[in-house]
Design a protein around this ligand. Structure first.
Ligand code: 8YV
Length: 329
């Protein structure tokens, strides 16, 4: 039987599925240190990860490893050049999380615009003594302009929901989406600068890469309207969190909603001191059905990638399909 490592706690019934095909080493505890991960992978043929960093040194320390299946759509934790050089297959879990993540983008954007978290903390602290005309005035969502940066599958799901709020949708992306998608979403392609100047609510839904590092920094925040909000459901590192904390403190923009952070689970301490930011612990895909679908898809990818089960050799979501069938190097 081939050996696999499941690097994180996941649904026990998914472990049972994997045990039908593999000898499973399950880390059902704290996140493994890099050293521990290297040791546990040394004799493994495959691994199921969720954001764990896998680079050249890890692959070199795991000479049998042929498939690493990430339980996430984003795979910036994989060094794909190293995967390709070693003929190791990487897989991810796209699509099954589109709607839950788009729902959460709206939840966070609306909580940010309408100051839900800030006013709730104030109420819990016992400050509510009377109604006041100027209590927690926020920014309108209905009829406003939504600016989506990153118009992939999740960005499109997010933009589709804007119709019910009578919003004008503008977007920026590496490349324009197909005309029929623009028409369906009633979305207009604009430059990043234009989007930042015009949008009332900017939502980030782009993958992280060296290219998208600090897509939003001090210069970009300075272009935004002082009444605008910024929501990041993409990845930490896309926003310069230190610059954002300063912009929020100085009311350069009205508010921000962040589900992802540079260096998470650590959060820049300056963000914890400003009231006009809603902070959530990377839960945009966290519904029971979506996380189950992601876990099962990650298992499907690993089972098929390692040549087992009904789809042997044809995993549903290969990131680098060219390495399939090639000997590990
Ligand atoms: C994951 C995510 O839960 O899919 C992604 O890219 O950000 C989340 O849905 C998280 O990355 C853990 O792997």
């Amino acid at each position: 039987m081939q050996k696999i490592l499941v690097a994180r706690p996941i649904f026990p019934d998914v472990i049972e599925r994997l045990e039908q095909y593999f000898e499973v080493d399950w880390n059902n505890g704290d996140v493994l240190s890099n050293d521990a991960l290297l040791k546990r992978l040394a004799d493994k043929d495959g691994a199921l990860t969720a954001g764990d960093p896998i680079g050249a040194a890890t692959l070199a320390a795991a000479p049998r490893l042929r498939v690493v299946s990430n339980m996430a759509v984003g795979y910036n934790n994989f060094d794909m050049a190293a995967f390709n050089a070693a003929n190791v297959l990487g897989t991810n879990t796209p699509d099954v999380l589109n709607e839950a993540t788009a729902d959460f983008g709206w939840a966070l954007m609306m909580a940010t615009a309408r100051r839900v978290a800030e006013s709730e903390h104030w109420l819990r602290a016992g400050h509510w003594k009377k109604w006041a005309y100027d209590s927690f005035l926020g920014t309108d969502v209905y009829g406003s302009t939504l600016g989506v940066i990153g118009m992939g599958r999740i960005g499109q799901a997010l933009a589709r929901r804007a119709r019910g709020f009578n919003m004008q949708v503008i977007y920026h992306n590496r490349s324009r989406v197909a005309p029929h998608i623009e028409a369906e979403l009633n979305a207009q392609y604009v430059s990043k600068e234009d989007l930042l100047k015009r949008a009332d609510h900017v939502v980030l839904v782009l993958p992280y890469s060296a290219h998208s590092h600090h897509t939003i920094g001090a210069a970009e925040l300075a272009l935004m309207k002082p009444t605008a909000t910024l929501t990041n459901i993409a990845r930490g590192g896309i926003v310069d969190d230190a610059a954002l904390a300063v912009a929020l403190r100085d009311k350069r923009i009205a508010a921000a909603g962040l589900d992802v952070f540079e260096g998470e689970p650590s959060v820049n301490p300056a963000l914890l001191t400003v009231p006009n930011v809603v902070l959530t612990p990377h839960i945009a895909s966290a519904t029971e059905t979506t996380r189950r679908a992601m876990a099962n898809l990650a298992a499907d990818n690993l089972i098929a990638g390692l040549g087992e089960g009904p789809r042997a050799g044809r995993p549903p979501n290969p990131i680098n399909p060219d390495v399939i069938g090639k000997a590990r190097s």
